[in-house]
Design a protein around this ligand. Structure first.
Ligand SMILES: [Cu+2]
Length: 320
């Protein structure tokens, strides 16, 4: 690895090492403190902030590698290129056990350390915004009940929001507010939220970008993701799973608002939508759109009777 340095000549190895350490130190600080706060997905929720921290750490670790490659490249172009008329060979390369052992030890330690870091970061923030299936092993403190009027800001009960994917829109049900269903996603700032994510048809994925939440929305599955919004403002919701021809149009915007604004909105929505909520299937963690008994009742209430005796069969062209 090292080339012998005839006395009196510039020691390239020492120069490169010194420049590499100095430039890396400066660039690492710039990456973490200047670029870092602008890295995705931002810090609108605790899970987003955790992901941003993870990306900052990885970027800082990658910085000396990039600096080293570019520095070596620039140095080679500037000082080691062949001069006109120079046909001599370059200095021979030799093995160096100490350098090789150090290289293997340091890189192994970094890779294993990052594996531990990544595992801890997935577990410690209680979900990290990822859907963890119906029974998450790691969850934030607090209880989960769906009974109406059981949620209050700062209480022990965690706010639940059911996310229902269907071709090609997301709707949201709030079981602690009578189970009303809406296309608007509103969340209170500073309060833990439990998303219960499911689908009525094909596979979708609920991706609340600035909240750092991404959870598969699968039919017959309740996929749970936790987060705590930290800042008010809007965030983007996209479907992140190719789900048919209008997949690209399956997006909307959610809002993080103050506690009191959320409570006003949720309570007035519950009241305003009460007559519609009665017609919905009762709140459940998953729904089977082909066997929803209350839809038959809706047909009866509307005075519709068909071959199914009012039972709604989506496959029957005779039925409305
Ligand atoms: Cu979709």
């Amino acid at each position: 690895m090292t080339s012998s340095t005839p006395s009196g000549q510039r020691n390239d190895g020492a120069w490169l090492a010194g420049l590499w350490i100095g430039l890396s130190a400066v660039c690492c600080l710039l990456v973490y403190f200047v670029w870092g706060p602008h890295l995705p997905p931002g810090a609108q929720s605790n899970s987003a902030a955790t992901q941003q921290f993870d990306i900052k750490v990885l970027a800082v670790i990658a910085t000396p590698v990039i600096v080293g490659v570019l520095l070596y490249f620039g140095w080679a172009l500037a000082f080691w290129r062949q001069r006109p008329g120079d046909d001599t060979d370059a200095a021979p390369l030799h093995g160096n056990t100490r350098v090789q052992v150090t290289w293997i030890t340091v890189t192994s330690a970094i890779v294993l350390g990052l594996a531990v870091f990544g595992t801890y970061e997935l577990i410690a923030p209680a979900g990290a915004g990822g859907g963890e299936g119906p029974q998450p092993i790691w969850k934030p403190a607090g209880t989960v009940t769906t009974s109406s009027t059981s949620w209050a800001p700062g209480g022990k009960n965690i706010l639940q929001v059911q996310v229902i994917g269907q071709q090609w829109a997301f709707t949201y049900r709030y079981p602690q507010f009578g189970g009303f269903e809406t296309t608007q996603l509103e969340l209170p700032v500073g309060q833990p939220v439990r998303f219960n994510v499911t689908s009525l048809d094909v596979i979708h994925s609920f991706w609340a970008y600035q909240l750092g939440v991404k959870a598969d929305a699968n039919p017959d599955v309740n996929n749970v993701a936790y987060t705590t919004p930290q800042h008010t403002g809007t965030f983007t919701v996209r479907c992140a799973e190719l789900c048919g021809i209008w997949h690209g149009a399956m997006y909307d915007y959610g809002k993080v608002v103050a506690d009191s604004d959320f409570l006003n909105w949720a309570q007035s929505s519950e009241t305003q939508l009460a007559s519609v909520t009665k017609l919905l299937p009762p709140y459940a963690l998953t729904y089977d759109p082909t066997v929803v008994a209350s839809m038959g009742k809706v047909n009866t209430q509307l005075g519709l009777t068909g071959a199914g005796g009012g039972y709604y069969n989506p496959a029957d062209p005779e039925q409305p």
